[in-house]
Design a protein around this ligand. Structure first.
Ligand code: URA
Length: 208
């Protein structure tokens, strides 16, 4: 499973701002959306184009437009919502499929409580968004359900990935490409990424 750590200066700068302990909810939220847009730019670099002839200001002109599969963005609730508008700022016509997962505290497995996929999802490229790839449980469960729905082309956008989550995802779904703003050091005993961002959902929604 290829993981693309996007080492663009804008991404590194913005992620550095997000790591500050004293960051405000407003700034964290804005930066999560901006990074969502920048990762979308990278994750869509190879989308196929087709020629189109249009009437321009000086007559007919050949332009290009994106061809092939349409896109569905798949935010994993709740933290994935924090990157959604950034993705949609670059792909405004994308449809949104929402997946809600909660950790069962007894089994520690990710359990689905919401699955609202767009019709015809099997024809679409799915761009999953979730800020933190920690153990990989939520991402693997989401890919499981997208594949069960017939989705064949799936990519994931994350802000920070842990090596443990990358390994788990690679074992479960080696065909899925991940675009990460950073690959960090490790998980701690509570499952938080070190150095990471802390609880991304709490910081996006102001619930910390
Ligand atoms: N979820 C978070 O929000 N942060 C982590 O570090 C790990 C999982």
């Amino acid at each position: 499973m290829p993981v693309h750590e996007i080492r663009h200066p804008l991404i590194r700068h913005k992620l550095g701002l997000m790591r500050r302990a004293d960051i405000s909810t407003k700034n964290f939220r804005e930066l999560a959306q901006e990074l969502g847009a920048l990762l979308t730019y990278e994750a869509t670099q190879d989308l196929p184009l087709e020629d189109e002839y249009i009437r321009g200001w000086c007559g007919e002109v050949q332009v290009e437009r994106i061809a092939g599969k349409k896109i569905t963005v798949v935010p994993i609730l709740r933290a994935g919502i924090g990157m959604l508008d950034g993705v949609l700022s670059l792909i405004p016509s994308a449809k949104v499929s929402v997946v809600g997962l909660a950790r069962n505290e007894a089994t520690l497995e990710a359990e689905r409580y919401l699955e609202k996929l767009v019709p015809g999802i099997e024809q679409r490229l799915a761009l999953i968004v979730d800020p933190m790839l920690a153990t990989g449980g939520s991402l693997i469960a989401t890919i499981d359900l997208l594949k069960a729905a017939g989705c064949r082309e799936i990519r994931a956008l994350v802000l920070v990935a842990a090596p443990e989550g990358i390994a788990a995802l690679g074992a479960a779904h080696p065909d899925v490409q991940v675009y990460a703003a950073a690959i960090d050091q490790r998980l701690n005993e509570q499952g938080y990424i070190i150095p990471g961002l802390g609880d991304a959902g709490d910081k996006i929604f102001g619930t910390r």
